[in-house]
Design a protein around this ligand. Structure first.
Ligand SMILES: C[S@@+](CC[C@H](N)C(=O)[O-])C[C@H]1O[C@@H](n2cnc3c(N)ncnc32)[C@H](O)[C@@H]1O
Length: 199
């Protein structure tokens, strides 16, 4: 059984991963790349990779079994422009981003876990420390695409992001696996596009 949630502060999720050799992972590692933080099983990301062979896709997911399954599908489909990595993105995003030089142009964070309880809020992906880290390490113009079906969470995300990023839109053409479920159940999805502010 795949666990619904994992506590990112447990010691097994506190490790920095060894950065892969991207030339061995992607057929053409010079293509622009989209990083998706928390893709879960990542079916939507695989569909995007199949449709857009002129870019690379990288999913960073903290639940190892889902990463194994997603990479099995990638292998079966013989796709060479997508890969999933098991890691805690809160710690590993920046080193991975840096290793990809300036090729990352979009970062997706789609339906991050809301961790409702006050005592669990520090487990959220989009915290002020994480956003500050993004701001000081990513290039000007980088777009962060965020969505959630939890209004309270998106309000909190707006407040946190707007310290360092400007909101430039509220739609983008990706329908994630969680979003498909939300739409089928008549739930509202809130989408945001943020871009790094030039100071
Ligand atoms: C609600 S699911 C959304 C899945 C997908 N993005 C979608 O919209 O269909 C959130 C995912 O983020 C992952 N996640 C949470 N914290 C993470 C972290 N620190 N690093 C990597 N993945 C994380 C969870 O394991 C989960 O699979």
């Amino acid at each position: 059984m795949v666990r619904q949630h994992v506590d990112p502060f447990q010691s097994r999720y506190q490790e920095l991963i060894e950065i892969p050799n991207w030339n061995e992972i992607f057929e053409n590692s010079n293509l622009p790349i989209l990083i998706d933080i928390g893709p879960a099983r990542g079916k939507y990301l695989i569909e995007m990779a199949e449709k857009n062979l002129d870019r690379n896709y990288l999913g960073l997911e903290i639940r190892e079994q889902l990463v194994t399954k997603a990479n099995e599908e990638v292998k079966e489909k013989k796709l060479r422009n997508i890969h999933f990595i098991f890691c805690n993105a809160s710690l590993n995003f920046i080193p991975i981003y840096e290793s990809l030089k300036n090729r990352v142009d979009i970062v997706n964070i789609l339906n991050p876990d809301p961790w409702y309880k006050n005592s669990h809020k520090k487990r959220r992906l989009i915290t002020l420390d994480f956003v500050k880290g993004l701001y000081y390490n990513v290039k000007n113009g980088l777009e962060i695409h965020i969505q959630s079906d939890v209004e309270e969470l998106i309000k909190d995300i707006d407040q946190t992001m707007e310290f360092f990023f400007e909101k430039i839109g509220d739609d983008f053409p990706v329908i994630s696996d969680r979003e498909k479920y939300a739409l089928a159940n008549d739930e509202t999805i809130f989408k945001r596009i943020f871009r790094k502010k030039i100071r």
